[in-house]
Design a protein around this ligand. Sequence first.
Ligand SMILES: C[S@@+](CC[C@H](N)C(=O)[O-])C[C@H]1O[C@@H](n2cnc3c(N)ncnc32)[C@H](O)[C@@H]1O
Length: 244
Amino acid sequence: MPQGPPLEGEPREPEKPIGYWETRLMNSLGRELLLKHWDFPLFESLARKYGISLTDSTILDVGCGSGYTTLLISERFRPRKLQAFDVVPEQVERARTRGVQAEIFVADITDPHLPPRSFDAVFVCGVLHHCPEWRKGLAQTAALLKDGGLLFLEEPGKNHIRLETLLMGHPPAGGAWLGLEEIRQEMPRLGLSTLEERPLYFGLFGAFLCVKKAAEHSVDYISARELLRVRQTGKIAAGQEVPA
Ligand SMILES: C[S@@+](CC[C@H](N)C(=O)[O-])C[C@H]1O[C@@H](n2cnc3c(N)ncnc32)[C@H](O)[C@@H]1O
């Protein structure tokens, strides 16, 4: 729990990425019900709307917590390969006990040690507001996506953070104090184009579906929307098949 500023000369414990009560809430049946009946149906409906199928894809679940998001990704999107990580080892242990067909490990969003451009889709649910270096974390996440790869992201807005601070008596651990506006502004800088943003939990949270465009310096630079069309139709131009 964040305390006041340290007294002069007093060493201070590094702040935990997630606090005691929030961990309990995150690992609760309530959170699972929300994810199952609210967040994931929303992600699925966005995917359907844009004709996206992730069957046979490679997916990463960033900040997987107790692994319930990993389970839902596995059941609802049926990827060929699923990886998930969290910075808290106890959460990784918990996630592993669910028996999901996924590789689950300890890593930090700001330095995940994964090869760039290796995922068709990445899910980030409620992680950035725990991360003081959230811009770096989001940039690292964008770098992990293939061109045309998809980012499914969910974060609380500032009103929720204020409410949580009031109820818990302190701001969420990590204290990033970011809101949806900051995320909106950051996406284009990272080559991410937002296909759609939807309010979640009566607007206290926001859900984003973004697509990564080809690097602007690349010879065959194409826009994010064109890349999405290529994903959907399997054609680059009339009659031409996309190479595997
Ligand atoms: C609010 S919980 C969400 C967990 C899960 N995604 C869900 O939606 O139920 C945020 C998670 O992000 C993890 N986290 C915080 N900072 C992180 C970081 N720098 N890198 C990776 N995970 C982090 C926390 O340990 C926690 O499990």
